[in-house]
Design a protein around this ligand. Structure first.
Ligand code: BGC
Length: 356
């Protein structure tokens, strides 16, 4: 099969901005479609053990669905992935106020985060890969954040069936930055029920417990002897309904895992296997944390692609990033980017099939 990357119009935002769709195909027929609105991955088609392709990500058929209200399906999240307590932080002696768009807290960059803006898009081709480069300049003061932030996010599809996500950014004033990717996966195929039978492994000995508004308490807690121990493959649904105070607060899994790392490079952080299709997803990242969200807030009120109703836990997210609320937690790895520094992180999603 021939590798390809093509571009096509994907409608206009209510403000009249044109949105483009990029379609990437590798030599094995793996196909990723992503749009310039929010850098959203709108579909990702991979084979099962018998060679049958299916779309394994949740989303909408058209731009209207994303604009009308999406729980961040497939989107790039910025400036700050996850929550900042009370929408407030102090940096170099100055206190900044951000939108509180999730109860008392700031979530995923605010009212109009990087998931809701139109990025520029350019195709990218090398001898062995295809890709798309998205660029967005976030003006000084946008959503309350200091500094002009120039962000570049590149999706690269390789013939090893990897999706490489590269995040690069620079700023002209110190600002928190925590970029991530918010794809909801269902490895059995979009619209094929819940993800509770998927088997998950996370390379983490600890996680960050949260309060009732999902802000980390500051404790780094061991996963041993808790439902958060995914160090060996365990079905997502095996313990999700246990009477555990942290699972109650998250309404399931909605927690940051502290990845066990041996250095700052790209390391294996998680694996998910769906037993019936044999589809397996491996996640590698340079990030210190992984937010595992089990789609707890999906409640059947959203109808997505091909009329699929997204019921409780019909998709899961593995968001490689820094820990939530780091700007207010000096003991967490820093998320502050300063002028002259380059923000540069990488996350790789690798797709394979294990014959059942
Ligand atoms: C958060 C969830 C939130 C979801 C939004 C996740 O990253 O951890 O709490 O509801 O994004 O869809």
């Amino acid at each position: 099969m021939r590798r390809s990357v093509t571009r096509a119009p994907f409608g206009r935002t209510p403000a009249g901005e044109p949105v483009e769709l990029f379609t990437l195909k590798n030599a094995h027929g793996l196909e990723l479609r992503a749009i310039t609105y929010g850098g959203v991955i709108v579909s990702l088609r991979t084979p099962d053990w018998s060679g049958r392709f299916a779309d394994i990500v949740l989303g909408f058929d058209s731009l209207a669905g994303y604009v009308r209200g999406s729980p961040y399906f497939g989107a790039i999240i910025g400036r700050y992935g996850n929550r900042i307590a009370q929408g407030r932080f102090t940096l170099d002696g100055k206190t900044y106020r951000l939108a509180t768009n999730d109860g008392p807290n700031h979530l995923h960059g605010g009212a109009r985060g990087f998931d809701k803006v139109v990025w520029s898009g350019e195709p990218l081709e090398t001898d062995s890969t295809v890709g798309v480069v998205f660029r967005y300049t976030s003006p000084d003061g946008e959503e309350g954040y200091p500094g002009t932030l120039r962000a570049t996010v590149t999706y690269t599809l390789t013939d090893a069936n990897e999706l490489i996500v590269d995040y690069v950014a620079e700023t002209d004033r110190a600002t928190p930055v925590n970029l991530t990717q918010h794809t909801y996966f269902n490895l059995a195929g979009d619209g094929s029920g819940d993800i509770l039978g998927h088997e998950l492994t996370i390379n983490a000995d600890a996680y960050t417990p949260v309060d009732s508004t999902l802000i980390p308490t500051g404790t780094i807690a061991p996963v041993a002897r808790t439902p958060f121990d995914f160090r060996t493959p365990t079905a997502i649904g095996a313990r999700i309904d246990r009477d555990d105070p942290q699972l109650k607060k998250g309404r399931g899994y909605d927690h940051n895992f502290v990845l066990a790392r041996s250095g700052p490079g790209l390391e294996h952080s998680a694996r998910v296997t769906e037993p019936k299709s044999g589809r397996t997803l491996d996640v590698y990242t340079t990030e210190p944390g992984l937010q595992f969200y089990s789609g707890n807030f999906l409640d059947g009120t959203i109808t997505g692609k091909a009329g699929h109703v997204y019921r409780h836990r019909s998709g899961f997210c593995l968001e490689a990033q820094h820990y939530p609320d780091s700007p207010n937690r000096p003991s967490f790895p820093s998320t502050i980017l300063r002028p002259g520094e380059e923000y540069s992180t990488r996350t790789v999603f690798r797709f394979r099939v294990l014959t059942p």
